[in-house]
Design a protein around this ligand. Structure first.
Ligand code: ADP
Length: 396
């Protein structure tokens, strides 16, 4: 089957056309600067990359241009739209309504709309993408795959916050968790690598990218994760603060006469590794900074690794053990220094890393030594492939 996977952001649209039988990418690309001017970067497998500047006043036009590229006589990947069997959409927030992927009909569409409150910018963009595909490809089924769905197996004790219970009852304020597609993909693969029945496994997945979250997966199910009601909670990230004392918000507001909206913007966009280092949100630059002797790059690196290790330690307690820890996403897959530093805190678990194997970048690999009591893996994530697989499953 040929599955078009769409990941719609507020001003961008990423896509991949996937042959789900061979699990191969036939074409992929990204539309950027939607509603501003519009740039489309498209690559059909085995052909040259194309960059097209074209006005994209809205997501409808972006989807239309993507379809045009896919059908292009010289540079395209398909001859007719009828070759696309379904479209799988990444949807950020499914609230408590969606514990798994679904085929989108009018009822589902309305239910996703009801979750908009919880992630206004993201969900709205996802819905616009869905609407555009419905219009331009009538008759082709659309499937929603939620970032939150995998974590719906968390027990109450993991998702209830220590605030008046009425806020959960009235507004559904609770931990939801994100990166679910990635945590599910990577934990499944880790369980395969362990070669044990899923129900007997305890796995911790560290998704460390621009956004970062850690997930405890017991018996193949998410039982806790570090992001919360929103992706702001958890470990320090590229530009997000991660968990802080909530009283800091009032304190800064008083000192600098700032509104809550302004402070939330600082916590989302000017904090984390960027805020601490004062120079970059990118770990490649942090590693360079440390080599050059930059003190604040070193603080950012240390805070990041220390916080990750503390969460992993907490999840070992939550599961009463751990069989494997897997690193994924931009930092997790590529930065051996981060992996080494985090694992050094976990020596008490009998974890030892093989420094040769730990040189790996972006490839699946066991990086712990043969006598390590817990296996440590690098498992590259593939959210698009996971969305394509879920889509095919639902079509069956
Ligand atoms: P997202 O921003 O969607 O979370 P990624 O998972 O690709 O994206 O993560 C991007 C981050 O990964 C970059 O900001 C950078 O910090 C980090 N990264 C990418 N490549 C490397 C590398 N070779 N070494 C260290 N860090 C890297």
């Amino acid at each position: 089957m040929k599955i078009l996977v769409i990941n719609c952001g507020s001003s961008s649209l990423k896509y991949q056309l996937i042959d789900s039988d061979k699990e191969e990418v036939l074409a992929k690309g990204i539309c950027e600067r939607i509603k501003i001017d519009g740039v489309l970067k498209h690559t059909t497998s085995g052909k040259e990359k194309k960059v097209i500047e074209a006005p994209m006043p809205n997501h409808n036009e972006a989807v239309r241009l993507v379809v045009e590229q896919l059908l292009d006589k010289e540079n395209g990947a398909i001859e007719s739209l009828s070759e696309i069997d379904a479209v799988g959409h990444r949807v950020v927030h499914g609230g408590e309504k969606f514990a798994s992927s679904v085929i989108i009909d009018d009822e589902v569409y309305a239910a996703i709309e009801e979750c908009n409150d919880l992630a206004p910018l993201h969900n709205l963009a996802n819905l616009i993408g869905i609407e555009a595909c419905r219009k331009l490809m009538p008759g082709v089924p659309n499937i929603a795959v939620f970032d939150t769905a995998f974590h719906q197996t968390m027990p109450e004790k993991a998702y209830i916050y220590g605030i008046p219970y009425k806020y959960y009852e009235d507004y559904k304020i609770r931990r939801y968790g994100f990166h679910g597609t990635s945590h599910s993909f990577v934990s499944n693969r880790t369980i395969e690598l362990l070669g044990k029945p899923a129900e007997d496994t305890k796995v911790i997945v560290c998704h460390l990218g621009g956004g970062a979250s850690i997930c405890a997966v017991k018996g193949g199910k998410s039982i806790d994760t570090s992001m919360g009601l929103t992706p702001l909670e958890g470990i320090v990230m590229g530009t997000r603060s991660g968990s802080i004392d909530p009283a800091i918000i009032e304190y800064i507001a008083g000192k600098e006469d700032k509104s809550i909206a302004e402070i939330m913007n600082i916590l989302n966009k000017e904090s984390g590794v960027y805020g601490i280092s004062g120079r970059t949100s990118d770990f490649r630059d942090i590693d360079e900074g440390i080599k050059e002797g930059d003190k604040r790059s070193k603080i950012a690196f240390d805070v990041f690794c220390y916080q990750a290790a503390k969460i992993i330690g907490g999840y070992v307690a939550a599961m009463n053990g751990v069989d494997a820890i897997s690193f994924t996403a931009g930092i997790g897959e590529n930065d051996g220094e981060v992996r080494k530093n985090i694992c050094e805190y976990l020596g008490y678990l009998g974890i030892t890393i093989d420094s040769e194997k730990n040189k790996v970048r972006g490839e699946e690999k066991l990086i712990s030594t043969d006598d390590s009591k817990v296996r440590v893996y690098v498992v590259p994530t593939n959210e698009e492939l996971k969305i394509a697989r879920e889509t095919v499953e639902l079509l069956k």
